[in-house]
Design a protein around this ligand. Structure first.
Ligand code: G3P
Ligand code: CA
Ligand code: CA
Length: 288
């Protein structure tokens, strides 16, 4: 019966989870088929409950190895090493490449056509422990929050367009040239828990309660997203911001999808190192 119910969903034609909710009155979280403007059909997860629902999972950023510095699996930075001749890294923040699967979104990187196809207003972010089954993502998440000021309208309606305006590229500017920092509303967790998920040193260089785009660190490496925080001083964003372009210097391991979440040899949650919880949770990005 469950599969019969699910097969009804394959008759829906919609570009986003918001459209599925509005057009077919669907209210159940789960996998749905979406169709791009060009007619490409793909499947992803819809969050139909948070703040009224209609959230489309468009991507997940997963760190498969904290020991590899821009190696295999670092699709949101560079899988091609620390090479200054590749300032864009793999370039996936601003291209139409797609990879991964919805059910595997906490076990590897995931990117859907919705990332560039959906015209949205707000974003929601879930930090979900690695390798968790989809039906438990919501309850298992260590942090969930969303924006509510429709900021994407100002930047072309999605991250593909936002990162055209703020390229995720090595040497594109200095630390003061970062992109927008947008206030968030918490759905699970709060400013205090956000702070505690990062190390004490980054805690002193950032302010919780925001999602920040295209930060740049001291070495002029561009990252993509600071999830839950806004950099304030210091410019060591490699310890708490994710994704990036290519060529992260200072230390070989300061390159990767979670660039330098484990820098401090004192151990997890100490010095510059993020907590074990944060290091081992995929970052799920939704649009609405
Ligand atoms: O990113 C941290 C590094 O740039 C500086 O670390 O503790 O040696 O000042 P530290
Ligand atoms: Ca990855
Ligand atoms: Ca640094």
């Amino acid at each position: 019966e469950r599969l019969d119910n699910l097969s009804n969903r394959s008759r829906y034609v919609a570009r986003s989870c918001k459209e599925i909710m509005d057009r077919y009155d669907e209210r159940e979280d789960g996998l749905y088929f979406l169709t791009t403007a060009n007619g490409m059909v793909y499947q992803t997860f819809c969050d139909m409950t948070t703040d009224g629902g209609g959230w489309t999972l468009v991507a997940s950023v997963h760190e498969n190895s904290h020991y590899g510095g821009c190696t295999v699996g670092d699709r949101w930075s560079s899988q091609q090493g620390n090479n200054a001749n590749l300032p864009d890294g793999d370039g996936n923040w601003s291209n139409r490449n797609t990879f991964g699967t919805a059910e595997g979104a906490t076990s590897d990187d995931f990117k859907t056509p919705g990332y560039y196809d959906i015209v949205a207003e707000d974003m929601s972010v879930w930090h979900v422990p690695n390798n968790f089954p989809l039906e438990h993502w919501n309850l298992a998440a260590i942090l969930r929050y969303h924006t509510s000021n429709r900021f994407l309208r100002l930047y072309g309606g999605n991250l593909f367009e936002l990162f055209k305006r703020y390229p995720v590229r090595y040497n594109v500017g200095s630390c003061s040239n970062r992109g927008p920092a947008v206030p968030i509303v918490y759905d699970h967790g709060d400013k205090e828990s956000t702070k505690m998920f990062y190390g004490p040193n980054p805690r002193a260089e950032s302010e919780p309660g925001f999602i920040t785009f295209r930060p740049i660190n001291n070495e002029r490496a561009a990252m993509a997203i600071c999830s839950g925080v806004k950099p304030t001083t210091g410019c060591n964003t490699e310890h708490y911001c994710i994704g990036g372009g290519g060529y992260f210097r200072e230390h070989n391991e300061q390159c990767g999808d979670f660039p330098s979440f484990d820098w401090d040899r004192l151990g997890l949650g100490q010095g510059w190192s993020a907590s074990k919880e944060m290091r081992e949770a995929a970052v799920l990005l939704f649009y609405r």
